[in-house]
Write a protein that binds this ligand. Structure first.
Ligand code: ADP
Length: 485
């Protein structure tokens, strides 16, 4: 079976979050099920640099205002197709916006072009041409950036290829003004509530949810949460209507990249909750960040986008409680300016106790996971979350809010779970400063009991966090879809 994946990021070439991790890891995991994936991504500068020897498969004279080509190459074992369209992707700044801004003004055109190219590849015309004999059986579109793909397939010429749409975060709707309908190549009849119309404009995410044959999201709890008005971002009604086609599949992590026993980025590797070897990493992290060299102080860590979704304001608010427990805090991340400033100020006020690294640093993220004692993820909502999976795998005890994928992957250390020897972390509700402060106190209590703590670590390191289970679930959805289409 052949799958054409369509996404705006892919690890290890271009990443701003968990979407890239998933898109980068799924092809190898699905290959074990006899499924061949090729992934179409925008031709941003780093993508073109990685695809130097790419073959041109197709040229568009004009796609959203300029010439474009579809090119193919294999990079790091990933079969990539890229949409090389300099007028859309060859620019300074981030992949979604200029420095300091969330969005490029032409993002609707940039990602509609990606979706149109995907639909073109999927259709016979192009497949009979340069791409033959590679004809995908299913198109797998990820998040709003690829959301128009199922719509173009639906409104385009027959024969149609089935599609699956995966929601990684419902909070990014991909909205464009209605006036762009013709520019984006959508027919007038698509502009209805049964089509791509969303709050008076065009909803890219909505288009994916409306027109894909099957929908997945990245954890069972999030799949349930988004069908409720309080979490549905205006799409809960549609999601309820499509309930029979909506599946929650918990993400995995790539355990070849995240493997504490063989991680080249660590000063000390370990394959169990080895206190001495982890202690070595903790000391290295404390030294690197300028924290006091204090093996006996409970070290909490955060690696995250610094946003309110991630509950980073709650971390700032509970800092006095954390320090009152005699603990240390280390934060790695970038995001909302006011949160970055508040964290920097906190580090300046508490030298040796609080350290903050503003920025994105993949290798430092590994040292965090191997060196911190407890890993904080106090998200207000969390579709799946990958960092708590890395934490489990690296023997850092996750302390998480009981929402979305966090609820599905962390087993709270309540009395029953401790007695049954299945606990691997802590969950808390409500998602508030008081809720988090209470969780910090519980964490300190467990940390003081070395046997209980080692037990949590051992259970975490044994948890199934790889792609084997999730890949089987995706394979089943693809196969069932093709059989019934
Ligand atoms: P989201 O995609 O919502 O940001 P996830 O937990 O699903 O959150 O995925 C985040 C991914 O990005 C993880 O692989 C995490 O390690 C990584 N990450 C986030 N912030 C940073 C950072 N500042 N430096 C390095 N890696 C980071």
């Amino acid at each position: 079976m052949k799958i054409l994946a369509v996404a705006s990021e892919i690890y290890p070439i271009v990443k701003t979050g968990g979407l890239a991790d998933v898109v980068g890891a799924l092809p190898a995991a699905l290959a074990l099920h006899g499924i061949e994936v090729r992934t179409l991504v925008p031709g941003y500068r780093p993508v073109l640099a990685a695809m130097k020897r790419a073959k041109t498969l197709h040229a568009f004279d004009s796609l959203m205002g300029g010439p474009a080509r579809i090119r193919a190459a294999t990079v790091d074992g990933l079969a990539l197709l890229c949409l090389d369209a300099p007028h859309l992707y060859d620019r300074d700044g981030g992949i979604y916006g200029p420095p300091g801004h969330a969005d490029w003004p032409d993002n609707p055109q940039r990602f509609a072009a990606l979706a149109q190219a995907a639909a073109a590849i999927a259709r016979d015309a192009l497949a009979r041409g340069a791409l033959a004999p590679w004809q995908p059986d299913v198109v797998h579109a990820h998040d709003w950036q690829a959301g128009l793909t199922p719509a173009y397939l639906r409104y385009g010429a027959a024969p149609r290829i089935p599609s699956v749409f995966t929601v990684h975060n419902l909070a990014f709707p991909g909205w464009a003004p209605a006036g762009l309908l013709a520019t984006l190549g959508l027919p007038p009849e698509s502009f209805t509530i049964e089509g791509v119309e969303f709050y008076g404009g065009i909803g890219f995410l909505k288009a994916g949810l409306r027109h894909a044959d099957q929908i997945t999201t990245v954890s069972p709890t999030y799949a349930a949460e988004i069908t409720r008005p309080e979490n549905g971002q205006g799409l809960d009604g549609l999601l309820r209507t499509r309930g029979a086609d909506l599946h929650g599949i918990t993400n995995g992590i790539d355990t070849t990249v995240w493997n504490p026993a063989a991680d080249p980025l660590l000063p000390a590797r370990f394959n169990g909750p080895h206190a001495r070897r982890r202690g070595h990493n903790k000391a290295a992290l404390q030294a690197r960040l300028g924290l006091d060299a204090a093996p006996g102080q409970l070290l909490f860590g955060v690696v995250s986008r610094l946003t309110r979704q991630k509950g980073i304001d709650l971390v700032v608010e509970t800092l006095p409680a954390l320090l009152g427990l005699g603990a240390q805090l280390a934060v790695l991340g970038a995001g909302e300016t006011d949160l970055e400033t508040e964290l920097r100020d906190a580090a300046a006020r508490h030298p040796g106790r609080v350290a903050v690294e503003i920025g994105y640093d993949e290798s430092l993220a590994h040292l965090f996971q191997a060196g911190v004692d407890a890993f904080l993820v106090p998200s207000r909502f969390e579709p799946c979350g990958l960092t708590q999976l890395c934490a489990l795998h690296y023997g850092a005890v996750p302390v998480v809010s009981r929402v979305g994928g966090l609820a599905d992957t962390v087993v709270d250390a309540n009395q029953a779970a401790l007695a049954a020897h299945v606990a691997n972390g802590l969950q808390f509700l409500p998602v508030s400063a008081d809720g988090l402060a209470a969780a910090l106190r519980r964490t300190a209590g467990l940390w003081a009991d070395r046997d209980a703590w080692a037990h949590l670590q051992r259970n975490g390191m044994r948890a199934e966090v790889g792609w084997a289970g999730p890949a089987s679930a995706y394979a089943k959805i693809f196969r069932t879809l093709v059989v019934n289409f």
